[in-house]
Design a protein around this ligand. Structure first.
Ligand SMILES: Nc1ncnc2c1ncn2[C@@H]1O[C@H](COP(=O)(O)OP(=O)(O)OP(=O)(O)O)[C@@H](O)[C@H]1O
Length: 254
């Protein structure tokens, strides 16, 4: 569903991505895991055409982002690192405005917005300004907005930045459930290993290079790592960190 082949990007003399290559199969939840400066945001800018592709090829649902950009972008929902809701518009207005931008027929938009507001427990608060919502609700509203046009692929760039741990956990669980429910393919960028769940695919990006890519349990076996923290330390040269909650091989044991 998402294919990234030999993608490199430089800013002047600084190399941000170097021959990055990975695939995300349809319906998979893939975590793009990399420390600060790994090149995650650069990759998202290339995937969404905020930056022009310098070398390599990116395909979304079979459409090349360079040669069929409109078809590729139409299949994508995007949640950027910085929030993009209009704080002074109402909850429902934010969704309706976006549905218009995506060209959804009014009746379809209304039905989807109603069901999303219901799911988020915001139906009663639909006329309130977004400014009045807490951080977790704002982010969940933004994710719901990105799914209104029923994209095949949902891209999220560090969507839990600035949120407390319980809210972060809730959003990670929520998007996993949503993805399974709607069959949407997800690429979730983060530097936080505890956002990976058993069954996820992981792409470890470090200094612009893909260091490993595959299903998390298979990667742990392949690298003989006890848990994701050890795998991440091994692949990024990070000093061994104290144990942190995260996927481990013990979970897979009978
Ligand atoms: N506009 C720019 N001009 C020059 N260098 C840049 C620019 N944007 C990013 N870089 C550099 O490219 C590299 C990759 O940055 P990028 O923002 O893509 O990484 P990231 O993994 O998203 O990091 P973060 O988690 O901090 O956002 C870094 O070395 C960064 O300093």
């Amino acid at each position: 569903m998402l294919s990234v082949r030999e993608v490199s990007h430089t800013y002047g003399r600084r190399t941000a991505l170097e021959a990055a290559t990975f695939d995300v199969p349809a319906g998979a939840f893939a975590v793009l895991l990399g420390p600060n400066g790994a090149g995650k945001s650069t990759l998202y800018a290339l995937l969404t055409r905020l930056l022009p592709l310098q070398t390599g090829r990116i395909e979304v649902a079979g459409h090349g982002i360079g040669d069929a950009p409109l078809a590729a972008l139409a299949r994508m929902g995007v949640v950027f690192q910085s929030p993009t809701l209009d704080l002074d518009l109402g909850v429902q207005q934010n969704l309706a405005y976006f549905a218009r931008l995506r060209g959804l027929p009014a009746r379809t938009a209304r039905a989807r917005i109603d069901s999303e507001l219901e799911r988020l427990g915001l139906a009663e608060r639909r006329t309130e300004k977004v400014r009045q919502l807490n951080g977790g609700h704002r982010r969940r509203l933004e994710i719901a907005r990105a799914l209104l046009h029923e994209p095949d692929v949902l891209l999220l760039d560090e969507p839990t930045v600035g949120l407390d741990i319980p809210t972060r956990r809730r959003i990670v669980d929520d998007v996993h459930a949503l993805a399974a429910d709607k069959g949407v393919t997800v690429l979730w960028a983060t530097h936080l290993i505890d956002e990976v769940r058993a069954g996820d695919r992981v792409i470890v990006l470090h200094e612009g290079r893909v260091r490993a890519s595959g299903e998390i349990m298979a990667l742990l076996d392949e690298h003989d790592a006890d848990d994701i923290s050890a795998l991440f330390d091994d692949l990024t040269g990070r000093e061994r960190q104290p144990p942190m909650r995260g996927v481990s091989r013990r979970e897979a044991a009978p």
